[in-house]
Every structure is written in structure tokens, then in C-alpha cells.
Design a binder for this molecule. Structure first.
Ligand SMILES: [Zn+2]
Length: 68
């Protein structure tokens, strides 16, 4: 799976790829699961693409919606 080079991990600052395993925290910061620290309050656990699909505020980042 490729990436979109638009969204970076809140911790390591690397761009996400769609297949990356990520956590979403309560402030809607997406981070790699390997970048997680125990202080984070996780509200979602899945792949990056799934997290985008499950949260309407991220839908503009999905690959099929090219609005710009
Ligand atoms: Zn990271």
C-alpha cells in the first residue's frame, strides 16, 4: 500500500502509509502503534486507512475523494 504524503505521525513525524497500524487519541492525533506511549488516551485502533474511513473529519484524505 502506498501513502499520501500529507499526514505525519504526531510522534516520529514520518508520513503514514495506508497500511500502517495506528492509534487515534482523544485529541484526534494519529500515531503509529509503535510510537504510542502509555499516557495517550486511545479511542481507535486499526490501520491508517481504516482510521480515515471511520472518522468523517478525515474523509478529505481518502484516496477516492480528490476535491482539490
Ligand atoms: Zn510514528
Amino acid at each position: 500500500m502506498d501513502g499520501i504524503n500529507r499526514v505525519r505521525c504526531g510522534r516520529c513525524r514520518e508520513y503514514f502509509r495506508y497500511g500502517d497500524k495506528v492509534f487515534l487519541d482523544y485529541s484526534y492525533t494519529i500515531m503509529h502503534q509503535h510510537c504510542y506511549i502509555p499516557l495517550d488516551v486511545i479511542i481507535e485502533n486499526g490501520t491508517f486507512i481504516q482510521t480515515l474511513k471511520n472518522n468523517p473529519c478525515f474523509h478529505e484524505l481518502l484516496p477516492l475523494q480528490r476535491l482539490k
